[in-house]
Design a binder for this molecule. Structure first.
Ligand SMILES: Cc1cc2nc3c(=O)[nH]c(=O)nc-3n(C[C@H](O)[C@H](O)[C@H](O)COP(=O)(O)OP(=O)(O)OC[C@H]3O[C@@H](n4cnc5c(N)ncnc54)[C@H](O)[C@@H]3O)c2cc1C
Length: 543
Protein backbone atom coordinates (compact mmCIF):
# COMPACT_ATOMS: atom_id res chain seq x y z
CA UNK A 1 0.00 0.00 0.00
CA UNK A 2 1.35 3.40 -0.91
CA UNK A 3 0.51 5.43 2.15
CA UNK A 4 2.70 8.39 1.29
CA UNK A 5 1.43 11.88 1.70
CA UNK A 6 0.55 13.24 -1.74
CA UNK A 7 1.91 16.66 -0.92
CA UNK A 8 5.22 15.62 0.58
CA UNK A 9 8.39 16.86 -1.00
CA UNK A 10 10.34 14.42 -3.13
CA UNK A 11 13.48 15.43 -1.22
CA UNK A 12 12.77 13.95 2.20
CA UNK A 13 11.12 10.81 3.57
CA UNK A 14 7.40 10.96 2.90
CA UNK A 15 5.05 11.04 5.88
CA UNK A 16 2.68 8.07 6.06
CA UNK A 17 -1.08 8.44 5.87
CA UNK A 18 -2.79 7.61 9.15
CA UNK A 19 -4.90 4.46 8.89
CA UNK A 20 -7.11 5.46 11.83
CA UNK A 21 -7.30 9.25 11.83
CA UNK A 22 -6.93 12.35 9.74
CA UNK A 23 -4.02 13.16 7.45
CA UNK A 24 -0.49 11.96 8.05
CA UNK A 25 0.88 10.16 11.10
CA UNK A 26 3.55 12.80 11.75
CA UNK A 27 0.93 15.50 12.29
CA UNK A 28 -1.14 13.57 14.86
CA UNK A 29 -0.81 15.10 18.34
CA UNK A 30 1.49 13.21 20.72
CA UNK A 31 0.03 11.75 23.94
CA UNK A 32 1.07 14.70 26.10
CA UNK A 33 -0.64 17.24 23.86
CA UNK A 34 -3.78 15.07 23.69
CA UNK A 35 -3.88 15.10 27.49
CA UNK A 36 -3.35 18.90 27.62
CA UNK A 37 -6.19 19.39 25.16
CA UNK A 38 -8.48 16.99 27.02
CA UNK A 39 -7.81 18.90 30.26
CA UNK A 40 -9.62 21.87 28.72
CA UNK A 41 -12.87 19.88 28.52
CA UNK A 42 -14.57 19.29 31.88
CA UNK A 43 -15.20 15.56 32.44
CA UNK A 44 -12.74 14.33 29.78
CA UNK A 45 -10.71 11.16 30.42
CA UNK A 46 -7.33 11.63 32.09
CA UNK A 47 -5.26 9.61 29.62
CA UNK A 48 -5.48 9.18 25.84
CA UNK A 49 -6.80 5.99 24.29
CA UNK A 50 -3.81 4.17 22.79
CA UNK A 51 -3.60 3.81 19.01
CA UNK A 52 -3.81 0.05 18.40
CA UNK A 53 -1.28 -1.80 16.30
CA UNK A 54 -2.47 -3.38 13.05
CA UNK A 55 -1.81 -6.86 14.46
CA UNK A 56 -4.18 -6.19 17.38
CA UNK A 57 -7.23 -5.23 15.34
CA UNK A 58 -10.52 -7.11 15.42
CA UNK A 59 -10.71 -7.71 11.66
CA UNK A 60 -12.24 -10.82 10.07
CA UNK A 61 -10.23 -12.86 7.59
CA UNK A 62 -10.67 -11.97 3.95
CA UNK A 63 -13.43 -14.13 2.40
CA UNK A 64 -12.83 -13.73 -1.32
CA UNK A 65 -9.96 -13.95 -3.76
CA UNK A 66 -9.87 -12.13 -7.06
CA UNK A 67 -9.31 -14.04 -10.31
CA UNK A 68 -5.66 -14.26 -11.44
CA UNK A 69 -6.31 -11.65 -14.15
CA UNK A 70 -6.95 -9.07 -11.40
CA UNK A 71 -4.28 -10.35 -9.02
CA UNK A 72 -1.90 -7.46 -9.73
CA UNK A 73 -4.56 -4.92 -8.72
CA UNK A 74 -5.73 -6.25 -5.40
CA UNK A 75 -4.39 -6.55 -1.89
CA UNK A 76 -5.67 -8.34 1.19
CA UNK A 77 -2.91 -6.96 3.43
CA UNK A 78 -4.34 -6.07 6.88
CA UNK A 79 -2.88 -2.55 6.74
CA UNK A 80 -4.58 -1.91 3.39
CA UNK A 81 -7.90 -3.30 4.57
CA UNK A 82 -7.75 -1.35 7.85
CA UNK A 83 -7.06 1.92 6.03
CA UNK A 84 -10.08 1.39 3.75
CA UNK A 85 -12.65 0.28 6.33
CA UNK A 86 -14.00 3.63 7.49
CA UNK A 87 -14.22 7.24 6.46
CA UNK A 88 -13.07 10.02 8.80
CA UNK A 89 -16.13 10.87 10.88
CA UNK A 90 -15.73 11.05 14.66
CA UNK A 91 -17.48 7.68 15.02
CA UNK A 92 -15.05 6.17 12.48
CA UNK A 93 -11.98 7.40 14.33
CA UNK A 94 -13.30 6.15 17.68
CA UNK A 95 -14.14 2.68 16.36
CA UNK A 96 -10.67 2.44 14.81
CA UNK A 97 -9.10 3.48 18.13
CA UNK A 98 -10.98 0.66 19.86
CA UNK A 99 -9.62 -1.75 17.24
CA UNK A 100 -13.10 -2.51 15.88
CA UNK A 101 -12.43 -3.19 12.19
CA UNK A 102 -15.24 -5.70 11.71
CA UNK A 103 -16.64 -4.00 8.57
CA UNK A 104 -13.24 -4.21 6.80
CA UNK A 105 -13.39 -4.89 3.04
CA UNK A 106 -12.08 -8.29 1.95
CA UNK A 107 -9.87 -6.77 -0.71
CA UNK A 108 -8.58 -3.38 -1.78
CA UNK A 109 -8.38 -2.95 -5.58
CA UNK A 110 -6.25 -0.21 -7.12
CA UNK A 111 -7.06 0.18 -10.80
CA UNK A 112 -4.73 2.43 -12.78
CA UNK A 113 -6.78 2.54 -15.99
CA UNK A 114 -10.43 2.74 -16.90
CA UNK A 115 -10.15 -0.74 -18.43
CA UNK A 116 -9.14 -2.07 -15.00
CA UNK A 117 -12.12 -0.32 -13.38
CA UNK A 118 -14.39 -2.12 -15.87
CA UNK A 119 -12.65 -5.45 -15.25
CA UNK A 120 -13.19 -5.22 -11.50
CA UNK A 121 -16.88 -4.30 -11.95
CA UNK A 122 -17.40 -7.16 -14.44
CA UNK A 123 -15.90 -9.72 -12.07
CA UNK A 124 -17.72 -8.33 -9.02
CA UNK A 125 -21.11 -8.25 -10.80
CA UNK A 126 -20.80 -11.95 -11.63
CA UNK A 127 -19.34 -12.96 -8.28
CA UNK A 128 -21.83 -11.25 -5.94
CA UNK A 129 -19.08 -9.05 -4.55
CA UNK A 130 -19.94 -5.50 -3.48
CA UNK A 131 -17.71 -2.68 -4.74
CA UNK A 132 -17.26 0.47 -2.69
CA UNK A 133 -15.66 3.26 -4.77
CA UNK A 134 -13.04 4.95 -2.59
CA UNK A 135 -11.41 8.31 -3.32
CA UNK A 136 -9.36 9.26 -0.28
CA UNK A 137 -11.83 8.01 2.32
CA UNK A 138 -12.58 11.43 3.84
CA UNK A 139 -16.31 10.70 3.94
CA UNK A 140 -17.90 11.77 7.21
CA UNK A 141 -21.25 10.06 6.57
CA UNK A 142 -20.39 6.35 6.36
CA UNK A 143 -20.03 6.64 2.57
CA UNK A 144 -17.18 4.13 2.24
CA UNK A 145 -18.14 1.63 4.96
CA UNK A 146 -19.97 -1.46 3.74
CA UNK A 147 -22.74 -2.42 6.17
CA UNK A 148 -25.24 -4.37 4.05
CA UNK A 149 -24.09 -7.86 5.12
CA UNK A 150 -25.67 -9.32 1.98
CA UNK A 151 -22.82 -9.94 -0.44
CA UNK A 152 -20.32 -12.75 -0.71
CA UNK A 153 -17.49 -10.28 -0.32
CA UNK A 154 -16.58 -6.60 -0.45
CA UNK A 155 -13.96 -4.78 -2.48
CA UNK A 156 -12.88 -1.24 -1.72
CA UNK A 157 -11.96 0.28 -5.09
CA UNK A 158 -9.24 2.85 -4.38
CA UNK A 159 -9.14 5.25 -7.33
CA UNK A 160 -6.05 7.27 -6.43
CA UNK A 161 -4.08 5.51 -9.20
CA UNK A 162 -6.11 7.58 -11.69
CA UNK A 163 -4.33 10.77 -10.79
CA UNK A 164 -3.45 12.75 -13.90
CA UNK A 165 -4.57 15.87 -15.69
CA UNK A 166 -4.92 14.42 -19.19
CA UNK A 167 -5.63 17.45 -21.34
CA UNK A 168 -5.81 21.22 -20.92
CA UNK A 169 -7.94 23.36 -23.22
CA UNK A 170 -6.42 26.79 -22.57
CA UNK A 171 -8.81 28.48 -25.01
CA UNK A 172 -11.94 27.31 -23.22
CA UNK A 173 -10.15 27.29 -19.85
CA UNK A 174 -11.00 23.69 -19.01
CA UNK A 175 -9.15 20.44 -18.34
CA UNK A 176 -9.84 16.72 -18.60
CA UNK A 177 -8.86 15.28 -15.25
CA UNK A 178 -8.78 11.75 -13.85
CA UNK A 179 -11.05 11.28 -10.88
CA UNK A 180 -8.62 9.82 -8.37
CA UNK A 181 -6.33 12.84 -8.20
CA UNK A 182 -5.93 14.37 -4.75
CA UNK A 183 -6.42 18.12 -4.31
CA UNK A 184 -2.75 19.21 -4.06
CA UNK A 185 -1.62 17.00 -7.00
CA UNK A 186 -4.45 18.41 -9.10
CA UNK A 187 -3.43 22.00 -8.42
CA UNK A 188 0.27 21.11 -8.94
CA UNK A 189 -0.54 19.87 -12.46
CA UNK A 190 -2.63 22.93 -13.34
CA UNK A 191 -0.13 25.49 -11.98
CA UNK A 192 2.28 25.39 -14.96
CA UNK A 193 -0.67 26.38 -17.16
CA UNK A 194 -1.45 29.37 -14.93
CA UNK A 195 -4.81 27.77 -14.15
CA UNK A 196 -6.59 26.57 -11.05
CA UNK A 197 -9.80 24.71 -10.19
CA UNK A 198 -10.08 26.72 -6.96
CA UNK A 199 -12.14 24.10 -5.17
CA UNK A 200 -10.74 23.98 -1.67
CA UNK A 201 -12.82 21.99 0.80
CA UNK A 202 -11.33 21.73 4.29
CA UNK A 203 -10.41 18.15 3.33
CA UNK A 204 -8.62 19.35 0.15
CA UNK A 205 -5.29 17.69 0.98
CA UNK A 206 -6.83 14.23 1.50
CA UNK A 207 -9.80 14.04 -0.86
CA UNK A 208 -10.14 13.47 -4.61
CA UNK A 209 -11.86 15.04 -7.58
CA UNK A 210 -14.03 11.90 -7.97
CA UNK A 211 -15.01 12.06 -4.31
CA UNK A 212 -15.94 15.75 -4.65
CA UNK A 213 -18.12 15.00 -7.68
CA UNK A 214 -19.69 11.91 -6.16
CA UNK A 215 -20.62 13.83 -2.99
CA UNK A 216 -21.32 17.27 -4.50
CA UNK A 217 -18.68 18.74 -2.23
CA UNK A 218 -18.67 22.34 -1.06
CA UNK A 219 -15.46 24.30 -1.58
CA UNK A 220 -14.00 27.46 -0.12
CA UNK A 221 -16.17 29.76 -2.23
CA UNK A 222 -18.79 31.02 0.19
CA UNK A 223 -20.96 32.51 -2.56
CA UNK A 224 -21.70 31.77 -6.24
CA UNK A 225 -19.76 28.52 -7.06
CA UNK A 226 -20.34 26.96 -3.66
CA UNK A 227 -20.49 23.33 -4.84
CA UNK A 228 -18.29 21.38 -7.24
CA UNK A 229 -21.40 21.01 -9.44
CA UNK A 230 -20.85 24.53 -10.76
CA UNK A 231 -17.37 23.68 -12.01
CA UNK A 232 -18.20 20.58 -14.08
CA UNK A 233 -18.40 20.63 -17.86
CA UNK A 234 -18.84 16.91 -18.48
CA UNK A 235 -18.19 13.58 -16.80
CA UNK A 236 -17.20 10.06 -17.74
CA UNK A 237 -18.66 7.32 -15.56
CA UNK A 238 -18.11 3.56 -15.79
CA UNK A 239 -21.29 1.71 -14.84
CA UNK A 240 -21.87 -2.05 -14.96
CA UNK A 241 -24.23 -1.28 -17.87
CA UNK A 242 -21.65 0.67 -19.89
CA UNK A 243 -19.70 3.94 -19.98
CA UNK A 244 -21.69 7.16 -19.68
CA UNK A 245 -19.90 10.19 -21.11
CA UNK A 246 -21.77 13.47 -21.28
CA UNK A 247 -21.34 16.01 -24.05
CA UNK A 248 -18.73 18.68 -23.35
CA UNK A 249 -20.56 21.99 -23.77
CA UNK A 250 -20.76 25.16 -21.67
CA UNK A 251 -24.49 24.76 -21.19
CA UNK A 252 -27.30 22.68 -22.57
CA UNK A 253 -31.08 22.63 -22.43
CA UNK A 254 -31.32 19.13 -23.88
CA UNK A 255 -33.58 17.47 -21.36
CA UNK A 256 -32.56 16.48 -17.82
CA UNK A 257 -28.79 16.77 -17.38
CA UNK A 258 -26.92 13.44 -17.43
CA UNK A 259 -24.30 14.95 -15.11
CA UNK A 260 -26.97 15.78 -12.56
CA UNK A 261 -27.76 12.06 -12.31
CA UNK A 262 -24.19 11.20 -11.38
CA UNK A 263 -23.26 14.27 -9.31
CA UNK A 264 -24.03 13.19 -5.76
CA UNK A 265 -24.59 9.56 -6.74
CA UNK A 266 -22.03 8.58 -4.06
CA UNK A 267 -20.68 5.53 -5.85
CA UNK A 268 -24.08 3.85 -6.19
CA UNK A 269 -24.60 4.25 -9.96
CA UNK A 270 -21.10 4.05 -11.38
CA UNK A 271 -17.44 4.90 -10.94
CA UNK A 272 -16.48 8.39 -12.10
CA UNK A 273 -13.19 8.02 -13.96
CA UNK A 274 -12.73 11.45 -15.58
CA UNK A 275 -14.30 14.86 -15.81
CA UNK A 276 -13.81 17.99 -17.87
CA UNK A 277 -13.64 20.74 -15.27
CA UNK A 278 -14.05 24.50 -15.72
CA UNK A 279 -10.92 26.30 -14.58
CA UNK A 280 -9.93 29.82 -13.70
CA UNK A 281 -6.90 32.00 -14.10
CA UNK A 282 -4.94 32.09 -10.90
CA UNK A 283 -6.08 35.06 -8.79
CA UNK A 284 -3.51 37.83 -8.79
CA UNK A 285 -5.53 40.10 -6.52
CA UNK A 286 -6.75 39.01 -3.11
CA UNK A 287 -7.79 40.89 -0.01
CA UNK A 288 -9.49 39.98 3.22
CA UNK A 289 -10.96 41.66 6.25
CA UNK A 290 -12.60 40.70 9.51
CA UNK A 291 -15.61 42.40 11.03
CA UNK A 292 -16.75 41.88 14.63
CA UNK A 293 -20.33 41.91 15.92
CA UNK A 294 -21.69 42.05 19.45
CA UNK A 295 -24.73 39.88 18.66
CA UNK A 296 -25.01 36.83 16.40
CA UNK A 297 -28.48 37.91 15.18
CA UNK A 298 -27.08 41.30 14.16
CA UNK A 299 -24.29 39.51 12.30
CA UNK A 300 -26.82 37.30 10.52
CA UNK A 301 -28.62 40.40 9.24
CA UNK A 302 -25.33 41.82 7.97
CA UNK A 303 -24.46 38.58 6.17
CA UNK A 304 -27.90 38.47 4.60
CA UNK A 305 -27.40 42.01 3.28
CA UNK A 306 -24.02 40.99 1.85
CA UNK A 307 -25.39 37.84 0.24
CA UNK A 308 -28.13 39.88 -1.43
CA UNK A 309 -25.82 42.71 -2.52
CA UNK A 310 -24.43 41.09 -5.69
CA UNK A 311 -20.85 41.70 -4.47
CA UNK A 312 -20.11 37.94 -4.27
CA UNK A 313 -17.24 37.70 -1.80
CA UNK A 314 -15.16 34.51 -2.25
CA UNK A 315 -15.06 34.10 1.52
CA UNK A 316 -17.90 35.08 3.83
CA UNK A 317 -17.57 32.91 6.94
CA UNK A 318 -19.51 34.02 9.98
CA UNK A 319 -18.19 32.53 13.25
CA UNK A 320 -20.29 32.67 16.41
CA UNK A 321 -18.48 33.68 19.63
CA UNK A 322 -17.56 30.06 20.49
CA UNK A 323 -16.12 29.36 17.02
CA UNK A 324 -14.35 32.71 16.92
CA UNK A 325 -12.72 32.06 20.29
CA UNK A 326 -11.64 28.52 19.32
CA UNK A 327 -10.10 29.81 16.11
CA UNK A 328 -8.46 32.64 18.12
CA UNK A 329 -10.06 35.20 15.83
CA UNK A 330 -12.10 37.04 18.45
CA UNK A 331 -12.53 37.04 22.20
CA UNK A 332 -14.99 38.67 24.56
CA UNK A 333 -18.13 37.01 23.25
CA UNK A 334 -18.08 38.66 19.84
CA UNK A 335 -18.97 37.04 16.53
CA UNK A 336 -16.50 37.42 13.67
CA UNK A 337 -17.20 37.70 9.96
CA UNK A 338 -14.24 36.75 7.77
CA UNK A 339 -14.57 38.32 4.32
CA UNK A 340 -12.36 37.62 1.31
CA UNK A 341 -12.37 38.80 -2.30
CA UNK A 342 -10.22 37.64 -5.18
CA UNK A 343 -9.80 38.25 -8.90
CA UNK A 344 -7.36 37.22 -11.60
CA UNK A 345 -7.28 40.53 -13.41
CA UNK A 346 -8.84 43.33 -11.40
CA UNK A 347 -7.98 45.03 -8.12
CA UNK A 348 -10.37 43.98 -5.39
CA UNK A 349 -9.83 46.59 -2.71
CA UNK A 350 -12.85 48.62 -3.81
CA UNK A 351 -15.13 45.60 -3.60
CA UNK A 352 -13.75 44.69 -0.18
CA UNK A 353 -14.35 48.25 1.03
CA UNK A 354 -17.96 48.04 -0.15
CA UNK A 355 -18.45 44.74 1.68
CA UNK A 356 -16.92 46.06 4.88
CA UNK A 357 -19.06 49.16 4.55
CA UNK A 358 -22.19 47.05 4.29
CA UNK A 359 -21.18 45.07 7.37
CA UNK A 360 -20.54 48.35 9.25
CA UNK A 361 -23.94 49.70 8.22
CA UNK A 362 -25.41 46.60 9.87
CA UNK A 363 -23.66 47.04 13.20
CA UNK A 364 -20.22 45.52 12.52
CA UNK A 365 -16.88 46.83 13.78
CA UNK A 366 -14.15 46.18 11.18
CA UNK A 367 -10.63 45.17 12.13
CA UNK A 368 -7.94 46.75 9.94
CA UNK A 369 -7.92 44.95 6.54
CA UNK A 370 -4.79 43.04 5.54
CA UNK A 371 -3.44 40.99 2.71
CA UNK A 372 -4.21 37.28 2.64
CA UNK A 373 -1.76 35.10 4.59
CA UNK A 374 -0.49 38.08 6.54
CA UNK A 375 -0.87 38.00 10.26
CA UNK A 376 -4.54 38.90 10.22
CA UNK A 377 -7.59 37.35 11.79
CA UNK A 378 -8.37 35.78 8.41
CA UNK A 379 -4.96 34.10 8.29
CA UNK A 380 -5.37 32.90 11.88
CA UNK A 381 -8.76 31.48 11.04
CA UNK A 382 -7.34 29.60 8.02
CA UNK A 383 -4.53 27.98 10.06
CA UNK A 384 -6.97 26.93 12.79
CA UNK A 385 -9.32 25.58 10.13
CA UNK A 386 -6.65 23.28 8.68
CA UNK A 387 -5.38 22.09 12.07
CA UNK A 388 -8.89 21.36 13.37
CA UNK A 389 -9.14 17.70 12.16
CA UNK A 390 -5.94 16.78 14.03
CA UNK A 391 -7.32 18.38 17.20
CA UNK A 392 -10.57 16.48 16.67
CA UNK A 393 -8.60 13.19 16.63
CA UNK A 394 -6.73 14.18 19.77
CA UNK A 395 -10.02 14.89 21.55
CA UNK A 396 -11.37 11.53 20.34
CA UNK A 397 -8.42 9.88 22.07
CA UNK A 398 -9.48 11.69 25.28
CA UNK A 399 -13.05 10.32 24.96
CA UNK A 400 -14.38 13.76 24.10
CA UNK A 401 -17.13 13.95 21.49
CA UNK A 402 -15.93 16.43 18.90
CA UNK A 403 -17.99 16.35 15.75
CA UNK A 404 -19.65 18.60 13.23
CA UNK A 405 -22.77 18.58 11.10
CA UNK A 406 -24.15 21.04 8.59
CA UNK A 407 -27.39 22.01 6.93
CA UNK A 408 -29.02 24.84 4.96
CA UNK A 409 -32.30 26.72 5.15
CA UNK A 410 -33.80 29.97 3.98
CA UNK A 411 -33.08 33.25 5.80
CA UNK A 412 -36.61 33.52 7.21
CA UNK A 413 -36.06 30.35 9.28
CA UNK A 414 -32.37 30.64 10.03
CA UNK A 415 -32.38 32.38 13.45
CA UNK A 416 -34.98 29.91 14.77
CA UNK A 417 -33.01 26.97 13.37
CA UNK A 418 -29.74 28.05 14.99
CA UNK A 419 -31.41 28.70 18.37
CA UNK A 420 -33.33 25.42 18.31
CA UNK A 421 -30.32 23.31 17.36
CA UNK A 422 -28.24 24.85 20.14
CA UNK A 423 -30.96 24.34 22.75
CA UNK A 424 -32.01 20.82 21.73
CA UNK A 425 -28.49 19.52 21.34
CA UNK A 426 -27.31 20.96 24.64
CA UNK A 427 -30.27 19.20 26.31
CA UNK A 428 -29.62 15.91 24.50
CA UNK A 429 -25.91 15.93 25.35
CA UNK A 430 -26.70 16.63 29.02
CA UNK A 431 -29.19 13.75 29.10
CA UNK A 432 -26.99 11.32 27.18
CA UNK A 433 -23.55 12.01 28.61
CA UNK A 434 -24.22 13.86 31.85
CA UNK A 435 -21.81 16.58 30.60
CA UNK A 436 -22.32 20.13 29.44
CA UNK A 437 -21.86 20.59 25.69
CA UNK A 438 -20.27 23.34 23.71
CA UNK A 439 -22.43 23.79 20.59
CA UNK A 440 -20.86 26.29 18.20
CA UNK A 441 -22.08 27.53 14.84
CA UNK A 442 -20.56 29.11 11.76
CA UNK A 443 -22.00 29.91 8.36
CA UNK A 444 -19.92 28.23 5.67
CA UNK A 445 -21.81 29.18 2.51
CA UNK A 446 -24.34 31.95 1.91
CA UNK A 447 -26.93 32.54 -0.78
CA UNK A 448 -29.30 35.40 -1.55
CA UNK A 449 -32.15 33.29 -0.14
CA UNK A 450 -30.48 31.52 2.76
CA UNK A 451 -27.35 30.09 4.29
CA UNK A 452 -25.60 26.91 5.38
CA UNK A 453 -24.99 26.78 9.14
CA UNK A 454 -22.30 24.35 10.31
CA UNK A 455 -22.40 23.17 13.92
CA UNK A 456 -19.61 21.82 16.12
CA UNK A 457 -20.42 19.81 19.23
CA UNK A 458 -17.79 19.25 21.93
CA UNK A 459 -18.60 17.33 25.13
CA UNK A 460 -17.01 14.74 27.39
CA UNK A 461 -18.41 11.25 26.80
CA UNK A 462 -18.23 8.12 28.92
CA UNK A 463 -15.21 6.02 27.93
CA UNK A 464 -16.38 2.96 25.99
CA UNK A 465 -19.74 4.55 25.05
CA UNK A 466 -18.53 7.41 22.85
CA UNK A 467 -20.06 6.15 19.59
CA UNK A 468 -23.46 5.29 21.09
CA UNK A 469 -23.59 8.69 22.79
CA UNK A 470 -22.70 10.58 19.62
CA UNK A 471 -25.26 8.56 17.66
CA UNK A 472 -27.97 9.72 20.10
CA UNK A 473 -26.90 13.33 19.70
CA UNK A 474 -26.79 13.02 15.92
CA UNK A 475 -30.26 11.45 15.85
CA UNK A 476 -31.57 14.44 17.81
CA UNK A 477 -29.87 16.81 15.34
CA UNK A 478 -31.39 15.00 12.35
CA UNK A 479 -34.81 15.20 13.96
CA UNK A 480 -34.56 18.95 14.60
CA UNK A 481 -33.35 19.68 11.07
CA UNK A 482 -36.17 17.64 9.55
CA UNK A 483 -38.80 19.23 11.80
CA UNK A 484 -37.67 22.72 10.79
CA UNK A 485 -37.54 21.97 7.07
CA UNK A 486 -33.76 22.23 6.78
CA UNK A 487 -31.74 19.84 4.62
CA UNK A 488 -30.07 16.81 6.19
CA UNK A 489 -26.83 17.93 4.55
CA UNK A 490 -25.59 20.95 2.62
CA UNK A 491 -22.31 19.39 1.41
CA UNK A 492 -21.30 16.39 3.53
CA UNK A 493 -23.50 14.04 1.42
CA UNK A 494 -25.88 11.28 2.50
CA UNK A 495 -23.81 8.12 2.82
CA UNK A 496 -25.30 5.66 5.26
CA UNK A 497 -25.43 7.89 8.32
CA UNK A 498 -27.82 10.45 6.80
CA UNK A 499 -30.26 7.92 5.34
CA UNK A 500 -33.05 8.57 7.90
CA UNK A 501 -33.08 12.32 7.23
CA UNK A 502 -32.56 11.86 3.49
CA UNK A 503 -35.41 9.36 3.17
CA UNK A 504 -37.65 11.81 4.99
CA UNK A 505 -36.83 14.80 2.78
CA UNK A 506 -36.68 12.99 -0.59
CA UNK A 507 -39.96 13.07 -2.58
CA UNK A 508 -41.31 9.56 -3.24
CA UNK A 509 -41.61 9.88 -7.05
CA UNK A 510 -37.95 10.88 -7.12
CA UNK A 511 -37.07 7.86 -4.95
CA UNK A 512 -38.89 5.66 -7.48
CA UNK A 513 -36.87 7.17 -10.34
CA UNK A 514 -33.60 6.73 -8.45
CA UNK A 515 -34.36 3.07 -7.70
CA UNK A 516 -35.13 2.53 -11.39
CA UNK A 517 -31.85 4.19 -12.40
CA UNK A 518 -29.98 1.99 -9.94
CA UNK A 519 -31.64 -1.16 -11.27
CA UNK A 520 -30.85 -0.18 -14.87
CA UNK A 521 -27.21 0.78 -14.33
CA UNK A 522 -26.23 -1.71 -11.62
CA UNK A 523 -28.55 -4.70 -12.10
CA UNK A 524 -26.48 -6.96 -9.82
CA UNK A 525 -26.70 -4.38 -7.03
CA UNK A 526 -22.99 -4.38 -6.25
CA UNK A 527 -22.21 -0.67 -6.17
CA UNK A 528 -21.96 0.83 -2.67
CA UNK A 529 -25.08 -0.96 -1.38
CA UNK A 530 -27.00 0.91 1.32
CA UNK A 531 -25.95 4.41 0.26
CA UNK A 532 -28.89 6.60 -0.94
CA UNK A 533 -31.11 3.48 -1.30
CA UNK A 534 -31.72 0.22 0.52
CA UNK A 535 -29.78 -2.62 -1.08
CA UNK A 536 -32.04 -4.59 -3.44
CA UNK A 537 -32.01 -8.40 -3.57
CA UNK A 538 -29.44 -9.51 -6.16
CA UNK A 539 -30.27 -11.91 -8.96
CA UNK A 540 -28.96 -15.37 -8.09
CA UNK A 541 -28.35 -14.48 -4.45
CA UNK A 542 -29.45 -17.06 -1.93
CA UNK A 543 -30.90 -16.44 1.50
C1 LIG B 1 -11.67 17.04 8.14
C2 LIG B 1 -12.70 16.98 7.05
C3 LIG B 1 -13.06 18.14 6.39
C4 LIG B 1 -14.01 18.10 5.38
N1 LIG B 1 -14.33 19.26 4.74
C5 LIG B 1 -15.23 19.23 3.74
C6 LIG B 1 -15.57 20.43 3.04
O1 LIG B 1 -15.03 21.50 3.30
N2 LIG B 1 -16.49 20.35 2.06
C7 LIG B 1 -17.08 19.16 1.74
O2 LIG B 1 -17.92 19.14 0.83
N3 LIG B 1 -16.80 18.02 2.39
C8 LIG B 1 -15.88 18.02 3.36
N4 LIG B 1 -15.56 16.86 4.01
C9 LIG B 1 -16.17 15.60 3.58
C10 LIG B 1 -15.38 14.88 2.47
O3 LIG B 1 -14.05 15.38 2.41
C11 LIG B 1 -16.07 15.05 1.12
O4 LIG B 1 -17.28 14.33 1.12
C12 LIG B 1 -15.20 14.64 -0.08
O5 LIG B 1 -15.85 15.06 -1.25
C13 LIG B 1 -14.93 13.15 -0.17
O6 LIG B 1 -13.88 12.94 -1.10
P1 LIG B 1 -13.02 11.61 -1.06
O7 LIG B 1 -12.18 11.61 -2.29
O8 LIG B 1 -12.31 11.47 0.22
O9 LIG B 1 -14.15 10.51 -1.22
P2 LIG B 1 -14.44 9.23 -0.32
O10 LIG B 1 -14.60 9.63 1.09
O11 LIG B 1 -13.46 8.19 -0.63
O12 LIG B 1 -15.86 8.81 -0.92
C14 LIG B 1 -17.01 9.60 -0.68
C15 LIG B 1 -18.18 9.01 -1.47
O13 LIG B 1 -17.95 9.17 -2.86
C16 LIG B 1 -17.88 7.89 -3.52
N5 LIG B 1 -16.78 8.02 -4.49
C17 LIG B 1 -15.51 8.43 -4.26
N6 LIG B 1 -14.83 8.48 -5.42
C18 LIG B 1 -15.69 8.09 -6.40
C19 LIG B 1 -15.59 7.95 -7.81
N7 LIG B 1 -14.46 8.23 -8.48
N8 LIG B 1 -16.68 7.53 -8.49
C20 LIG B 1 -17.84 7.25 -7.86
N9 LIG B 1 -17.99 7.38 -6.52
C21 LIG B 1 -16.93 7.79 -5.81
C22 LIG B 1 -17.64 6.90 -2.42
O14 LIG B 1 -18.14 5.62 -2.75
C23 LIG B 1 -18.38 7.52 -1.25
O15 LIG B 1 -19.76 7.25 -1.33
C24 LIG B 1 -14.61 16.87 5.03
C25 LIG B 1 -14.23 15.70 5.69
C26 LIG B 1 -13.28 15.75 6.69
C27 LIG B 1 -12.88 14.49 7.38
Amino acid sequence: MDRRSPSASAAGPLPRRSWWGWGTEDRALPDGECADLGALVPGAAGTPLPVPGIADLDMPLSRVTAPPSLGHLVSDAPEDRAGHTYGKAYRDVVRALYGDLRPAPDLVARPRTEREVTDVLDWASGADVAVVPYGAGSSVVGGVEYRAGLHRGVVSMDLTGLDRVLEVDRVSRAARIQAGVLGPALEDQLRPHGLTLRHFPQSFEFSTLGGWLATRAGGHYATLHTHIDDLVESMRVVTPAGVNESLRVPGSGAGPSPDRLFLGSEGTLGVITEAWMRLQDRPGHKASATVFFDGFDTALRAVRAISQSGLHPANCRLLDPGEAALAQVAVGGRSALVLGVESAGRPVDGRLAELVGLARDHGGAPAPAGREDSDTAAGTWRSAFLRMPYLRDALARMSVISETFETACTWDRLPLLVDTVRRELAATVRKTTGSEAMVNCRLTHVYPDGAAPYFTVVAAARRGSEVAMWDDVKAAATQVLGDLGATVTHHHAVGRDHRPGYDRQRPEPFALALRAAKQALDPAGILNPGVLLDPAPRPGATG
